[in-house]
Design a protein around this ligand. Structure first.
Ligand code: HEC
Length: 253
């Protein structure tokens, strides 16, 4: 018995360690069944991100089917280039030029929520702040000296990150165990500089990261419905096997 408990405890250990990993990042409760959220997220993505970041391991049509967008709407509203509905979600940005413009070529983002975690992406997109020493005038608290401009700044507005001495003494920042850099800060928004309120902006980013989480694991929706079907099958199968067992044993008892 002791051995079993020990083995179980060892098996759970990695979960505990990983669990504490992203603790200081803002949490996002991904909901892949919320189709309208996924659709709004896709709209934000193709309008603001696709120009630089492809999603080259996913196709338009598959995505649209999974998140409930009719093909006509997909063609008219979500594909701006000459691409066909069956194509992969790519862009025309030449990687070499992009590397010159931004210092690094914008990476493909199909798997970024798998690699970094949805919490990280959710926190990253809300953590750009004004920093005049940087080429684009912004820095990011979870991605120091980032090469990406604050493309959603027009929605969020100008965000400042100034901690008072007292706040700094309170040790407001913590270390991200994945990247080893400090996370967190004392944010304030400059009033009237963004199109959305802080709450609306959080919602926009929620939908966007929800969509990106679907893109990173498109089979999750299918596995969920498949899981239910398998359980129903096992449940029904149980009755048949039970009836069969009764039949076999009826003359023996
Ligand atoms: C003008 C081009 C451009 C646009 C538009 C853009 N990005 Fe970026 N993005 C970049 C560049 C360049 C980097 C790489 C930054 C670096 O390595 O310093 C980056 C990095 C990232 C990363 C970090 C990737 C990693 O793991 O290193 C994420 C996540 C990201 N972008 C998300 C987005 C999202 C979501 C949007 C749309 C709201 C967006 N980006 C729009 C240029 C862009």
């Amino acid at each position: 018995m002791k051995k079993i408990i020990l083995t179980l405890a060892m098996a759970l250990l990695p979960a505990l360690v990983f669990g504490s990993g992203g603790a200081h990042l803002d949490k996002i409760n991904v909901d892949l069944n919320n189709q309208s959220s996924l659709q709004r997220g896709m709209t934000t993505y193709v309008n603001n991100c696709l120009g630089c970041h492809s999603l080259q391991y996913q196709r338009y049509l598959r995505t649209a089917e999974d998140i409930g967008v009719p093909t006509e709407l997909l063609k008219g509203n979500l594909i701006f280039s000459e691409q066909k509905v069956g194509d992969k979600i790519t862009n025309a940005m030449p990687a070499a030029d992009a590397a010159n413009w931004f210092g690094t070529a914008p990476p493909d983002l199909t798997l970024v929520t798998k690699l970094r975690g949805s919490d990280w992406v959710y926190t990253y997109l809300r953590s750009f702040y004004q920093d005049d020493s940087r080429p684009w005038g912004v820095n990011n608290s979870v991605f120091k000296d980032v090469g990406m401009p604050n493309v959603l700044g027009y929605l969020q507005g100008v965000q400042l990150n100034h901690c008072s001495e007292a706040e700094l003494a309170d040790n407001i920042t913590e270390i991200d165990p994945l990247t080893g850099i400090e996370i967190g800060g004392c944010y304030s928004l400059v009033e009237g500089t963004g199109e959305q309120s802080a709450k609306q902006f959080d919602r926009t980013i929620y939908d966007l990261v929800n969509f990106m989480s679907y893109i990173g694991a498109p089979h999750t929706l299918q596995s969920q419905s498949m899981g239910v079907n398998v359980l129903i099958f096992l449940f029904l199968f149980f009755f048949f096997t039970y009836a069969l067992k009764k039949e076999y044993w009826k003359d023996i008892h």
